[in-house]
Design a protein around this ligand. Structure first.
Ligand code: AP5
Length: 228
């Protein structure tokens, strides 16, 4: 009798960490390295704001103040994105979940397709360094590649390494005051999820204070281990 076909479920990875921990930077690299799809609720919300959708209009002021957008809005946006076919390659959730309610809703959503969280990776950093990281951040206006005034500059000044564009932009919530509010929201509402995923036996911790390349290598080791 032929062996039953081996079915592997797509990986579901979560990057947990405060603003500036490097979630977006590393999620894009994991996407390149492993073909996983980055799902950033921050990016999805910013797109909704730019398009002026009802969700975007409701989220705008909250995001500019550094608070958390309501679970209802975030879950509706994420659910739509997770219905697209590319998620079958496996996903890296960047900035989601951020509350107990979002974590439970994610479990229920995955359960509908017999999936569960493969690993939740806590990117551990010193809060004090995060204000400088976030305040120095900018991205390519065309392809979204991320840069930093000191830590990650383009090889040729003023020209994006990835697409050659010379247009860059900065986020309106990347100022010192809003970053402090975002750090507070992280510690109050998101950091408790570290214990939640520890309880599920899927928590991994990464020292995210090192060089970007070192953090990338550490994360790659985890991904190979849990989803390789
Ligand atoms: P979101 O867009 O998710 O922002 P965030 O969580 O505050 O995180 P950041 O994007 O600021 O930081 P990051 O960890 O991605 O760091 P990055 O890689 O860019 O959310 C924005 C807002 O949307 C929230 O405040 C909230 O209002 C709303 N929102 C989003 N999701 C939500 C949800 N689920 N529920 C409710 N509301 C939600 O790195 C930062 C900089 O540092 C870069 O310049 C980078 O080049 C540099 N850098 C990265 N790694 C290193 C390193 N190792 N060493 C030195 N520099 C580094």
């Amino acid at each position: 009798m032929a062996d039953a076909p081996v079915t592997t479920k797509p990986a579901v990875l979560i990057l947990l960490g405060p603003p500036g921990a490097g979630k977006g930077t590393q999620a894009r690299m994991l996407q390149e390295d492993f073909g996983l799809v980055q799902l950033s609720t921050g990016d999805l919300l910013r797109a909704a704001v730019a398009q002026g959708t009802p969700a975007g209009l409701a989220a705008k002021a909250v995001m500019e103040a550094g608070g958390l957008v309501s679970d209802d809005i975030v879950l509706a946006i994420l659910r739509d994105r997770m219905a697209e076919p590319d998620v079958s390659h496996g996903i890296i959730l960047d900035g989601f979940p951020r509350t107990d309610g979002q974590a439970s809703a994610l479990d229920a959503l995955l359960d509908e397709t017999g999936q569960s969280v493969t690993a939740a990776i806590s990117m551990e950093v010193d809060d004090g360094a995060m204000v400088d990281r976030v305040a120095g951040r900018y991205t390519c206006a065309k392809c979204g590649e991320g840069y930093h005034d000191s830590f990650k500059v383009p090889a040729k000044a003023g020209v994006c390494d990835k697409c050659g564009s010379t247009e860059f932009k900065r986020r309106p919530d990347d100022n010192a005051e809003t970053v402090r509010a975002r750090l507070e929201a992280y510690h109050d509402q998101t950091a408790p999820l570290i214990a939640y995923y520890e309880g599920q036996g899927v928590l991994k911790r990464v020292d995210a204070m090192g060089e970007i390349a070192d953090v990338r290598a550490e994360l790659a080791g985890i991904v190979k281990d849990v989803a390789g």
